[in-house]
Design a protein around this ligand. Structure first.
Ligand code: SF4
Ligand code: SF4
Length: 431
């Protein structure tokens, strides 16, 4: 296992958590409305300290020091968390700690010691192992969405850009249109694009978040080797989960001879450079939901090897200096710039946005293990969107789309939900 995935790697972070509870809220200076102070869906629902990042760090330290035995209560605390990383951004507003990495390492510890994951996660891991997708669909099903797309199929053919749809955009029939539309607009812009069809693998992100790091490392290493062999220059992915893991975790696994680009940034580039023209008005008011994996969890991996020193017996310094991923360099501007370029469309922001966005509640294996938790979080986010008075929510992640759709279906606002590429396609004159 990568040492950075191990719990004891973070022992000093565990000891430095001061139980201040800042990880439950967005930083005070960023609060725009007293009703929208919380950033942690687990705390929003459970309102019990153990469920926040600080509580989990405390539990992790107790586990490492043998003061508690793992039990069902601990598993509930650890897995009733969407690994959204809101806590990480808030903690790092004041501190140099790695709460989110600890949450992942705690899961990896429980899985490697045979305690985790939860039974509801087993089908996901089994799907990755046996079918190379989280939905346990046969491999042949994966390429169906692209059958009539008139796009090159790698590795038989070669292309400069690989479009990587991901398990959900490939296999969820409600969402395959996003993959088809993305390829169509890339082709219309003259991009030399290809897909892997039924050879497309799972990116391994769900294995990482659930805590099966052995499976994740195996997938990541095999995928990097395969992508390198293709000779591509860029890999473009629509799925926020695929992008987050390829950008934030893969570089620690192996050298990559290609650039990973989220579809929203690729589209923004095409719009800015005139490759596609948004000429048809889309007369609509929308709000944009930042997916966690496209935002705060998509920052590039930052390698660091060194040692910690204590100055004046209290101040910790790193030698060489250590740079932290604080969530501020995620993909926030590109989707907003694309929406701003759509004629007739008006964007009204919610109160919690960008690195302070409130999670839809779907990630980290929560949707499988605690569907009611996922739905309640989605309802909270949808209510925030409804308050803006707009007609539709736009986002750019299949997990958010599926969960927010459930949240909308449970309400009566009649708001619509779109992937960003749906809006772009309409603005190009398509449907
Ligand atoms: S994880 Fe960070 S923000 Fe949360 S209690 Fe610990 S020190 Fe405070
Ligand atoms: S990752 Fe998200 S749900 Fe989990 S403790 Fe942090 S803020 Fe809460």
């Amino acid at each position: 296992m990568n040492p950075r995935h191990k719990l004891d790697y973070y022992e000093k972070d565990l000891k430095r958590c001061c139980h201040c509870s800042m990880c439950k809220f967005i930083p005070l200076i960023q609060v725009k409305d007293a009703r929208y102070t919380q950033v942690c869906p687990a705390i929003s629902q459970k309102d019990f300290h153990a469920y926040c990042a600080g509580g989990k760090l405390h539990a992790a330290l107790s586990l490492l020091e043998g003061r508690i035995e793992p039990d069902a209560d601990l598993l509930d605390v650890v897995y009733r968390c969407s690994t959204c990383g809101g806590c990480d951004v808030s903690c790092k507003h004041n501190r140099d700690l790695e709460p989110l990495e600890v949450l992942f390492a705690l899961r990896a510890h429980l899985v490697s010691t045979g305690v985790g994951p939860l039974p509801e996660h087993e089908p996901i891991l089994m799907g990755i192992r046996n079918y190379d997708n989280v939905w346990q669909q046969p491999r042949q099903a994966r390429g169906r969405w692209a059958k009539d797309a008139g796009v090159k199929v790698l590795p038989k053919q070669s292309a400069e850009v690989l479009y990587f749809a991901g398990c959900t955009y490939s296999l969820n029939r409600q969402l395959t249109g996003v993959a088809r539309k993305t390829v169509a607009l890339m082709k219309s812009a003259g991009v030399d694009v290809g897909v892997l069809g039924e050879e497309e693998p799972c990116c391994g992100s769900p294995a990482f978040t659930i805590g099966d790091h052995e499976l994740f490392m195996e997938k990541a290493a095999a995928n990097i080797a395969m992508f390198n062999r293709l000779g591509i220059k860029r890999l473009v992915t629509s799925c926020a989960g695929c992008f987050g893991v390829m950008s934030g975790k893969y570089p620690a696994v192996g050298d990559m001879s290609f650039e990973v680009v989220p579809a929203v940034s690729f589209i923004e580039e095409l719009v800015r450079e005139g490759g596609i023209r948004l000429t048809h008005p889309v007369n609509m008011t929308v709000t944009y939901h930042d997916p966690c994996h496209l935002g705060r969890q998509s920052e590039p991996y930052i390698p660091w090897e060194g040692r910690e020193l204590k100055k004046l017996n209290s101040v910790v310094v790193h030698d060489p200096p250590k740079e932290y991923r604080r969530g501020t360099k995620g993909v926030y501007d590109a989707p907003r710039e694309v929406l701003a370029a759509v004629p007739g469309l008006t964007l009204t922001e919610m109160k919690r946005i960008r690195e302070y966005s409130f999670c839809c509640g779907s990630g980290g294996g929560v949707k499988s293990a605690f569907p009611e938790f996922a739905l309640t979080a989605a309802r909270e986010r949808v209510a925030e969107a409804e308050e803006t008075g707009v007609r539709a929510i736009v986002t750019a992640c299949p997990w958010c789309e599926a969960n927010l759709a459930d949240g909308l279906a449970a309400g009566e606002s009649g708001m619509e939900l779109f992937d960003l590429v749906d809006i772009v396609t309409r603005a190009m004159g398509g449907e």
